[in-house]
Ligand binder design. Structure first.
Ligand SMILES: O=C(O)C1=C[C@@H](OP(=O)(O)O)[C@@H](O)[C@H](O)C1
Ligand SMILES: C=C(OP(=O)(O)O)C(=O)O
Length: 426
């Protein structure tokens, strides 16, 4: 196994131009493929998750041309994938797997969708149940409720479908993006509490840019108007990734800063920009510009007690920042961590203990009390979870050496993370 030894660091300072947002990149690729007209996408994220989406669309007959380092031209299909039978491998990309399942289930073709082993352990049953109400024919090829899936042509379905919201917001996102393909007026009812709500705002915002405006009834119901069709906006810029920003902003707060991230700011459509508020509550100084965020601090943080349901990904960064805070930090309402790249509550607890922290975990929370001195030379297991690897790089700022096992797992969303991190730590 490959390992990366990070040297002790005493300060963090500098500016980072963020890679493109994963959530915006994969939504934009799919919407551009489903729309009529050609879309020029700028600043697309180049990572495993977007590579899986690009490959899948290519296999489905969508014409894609790379026009610059991070720029792509997508020739829209007008909502009908040219290839009607395909076998797609989607790695561990939730933002590819869930939306493509919905789009293909409403596309009158025969498709097999699979991923890596962990993807086959991540639930998809609530989405399949909702798509079946919409007339889709989907079979489980392994365990019921989980990928891999076989899709065959369906028939017209109900004009009201319901979906559970408490396991992943990606199921509602997938339905919202795919239902316009039917051309029929359809209402989606959300059953129970919807988690990770800001990701739905990203979905609705991007759909509107591609010409489909969803009628909204709070968080309970969403109506796709009859005869909705996606049309290309022509050119679209992908914001920098706000979740990736969290590691650098935390570094600025822990290592005094200032550390500035460029690519997201005041006008961001990503919910994870609100990580900056959490960091502020921990005592960091935060400044926002139109297209940048900057963090600095005294080096000493305060513990917080926070409901993190709105920032599930960036909240992992708070768990490691808690090592540098005075007191006990509690992160609540994060049950979804258990069904992501790994069981993130269990993984976080195990690895924080290697640094000397006292950690209590519950079904939907984690509580972290820092040690009086961080344990040097811990070897951190990363569980094929990019965020575990990125989060734990921050420990180096406690002036202790640390080893990150399998550091290349960051390729899921941020292939050159460690090189970039190396440019801001001193
Ligand atoms: O829609 C999206 O782009 C995402 C939604 C979130 O998932 P859940 O809704 O499963 O919490 C988030 O964790 C994931 O990284 C990206
Ligand atoms: C949960 C994540 O990914 P996915 O899009 O695969 O759900 C993540 O990036 O933290």
């Amino acid at each position: 196994m490959e390992t990366l030894n990070l040297s002790p660091a005493h300060a963090a300072q500098g500016t980072i131009k963020l890679p493109g947002s994963k959530s915006i990149s994969n939504r934009t690729l799919l919407l551009a493929a489903l729309s009529s007209g050609t879309t020029e996408i700028r600043d697309l994220l180049a990572s495993d998750d977007t590579a899986r989406m690009l490959e899948a669309l290519q296999t489905l007959g969508v014409k894609l041309t790379q026009t610059g380092a991070d720029d792509w031209r997508v020739e829209g299909t007008g909502g009908e994938f040219p290839v009607k039978e395909a076998d797609l491998f989607l790695g561990n990309a939730g933002t590819a797997f869930r939306p493509l399942t919905a789009a293909l289930a409403l596309s009158r073709g025969r498709y097999k969708l699979s991923g890596i082993q962990r993807m086959h352990e991540r639930p998809i049953g609530d989405l399949v149940d909702a798509l079946r109400q919409a007339g889709a024919e989907i079979e489980y090829l392994g365990n019921a409720g989980f990928p891999p899936l076989q899709i065959t042509p369906g028939k017209p379905g109900a004009d009201r479908v319901s979906v559970k919201g408490n396991v992943s917001s990606q199921f509602l996102t997938a339905l919202l993006m795919a239902l316009p393909l039917t051309g029929r007026k359809t209402t989606i009812e959300v059953v129970g509490e919807l988690i990770s709500k800001p990701y739905i705002e990203i979905t609705l915002n991007l759909m509107a840019r591609f010409g489909v405006v969803v009628e909204r009834h709070g968080w309970e119901a969403f109506t796709i108007p009859a005869a909705s069709r996606y049309t290309s906006p022509g050119e679209i810029y992908v914001e920098g990734d706000a979740s990736s920003a969290s590691y650098f902003l935390a570094a600025g707060a822990i290592g005094r800063g200032p550390v500035r991230v460029e690519g997201v700011g005041q006008k961001s459509i990503q919910g994870d920009v609100r990580f900056a508020e959490a960091l502020q509550a921990m005592g960091a100084d935060i400044r926002f510009g139109e297209n940048w965020i900057e963090a600095s601090g005294s080096g000493k943080l305060k513990a917080i007690d926070l409901d993190c349901n709105h920032i599930p990904d960036a909240a992992m960064t708070l768990a490691v920042a808690a090592l540098f805070a005075h007191g006990t930090t509690t992160l609540r309402n994060i049950a979804s961590w258990r069904v992501k790249e790994t069981d993130r509550i269990a993984a976080m607890a195990t690895e924080l203990r290697k640094i000397g922290a006292t950690v209590e975990e519950g079904q939907d929370y984690i509580r972290v009390t820092p040690p009086t001195a961080l344990t040097p030379n811990a070897a951190i297991d990363t569980y094929d979870d990019h965020r575990m690897a990125m989060c734990f790089s921050l420990v180096a700022l406690g002036s202790v050496p640390i080893t990150i096992n399998d550091p290349k797992c960051v390729a899921k969303t941020f292939p050159d993370y460690f090189e970039r991190f190396g440019t801001i730590v001193k």
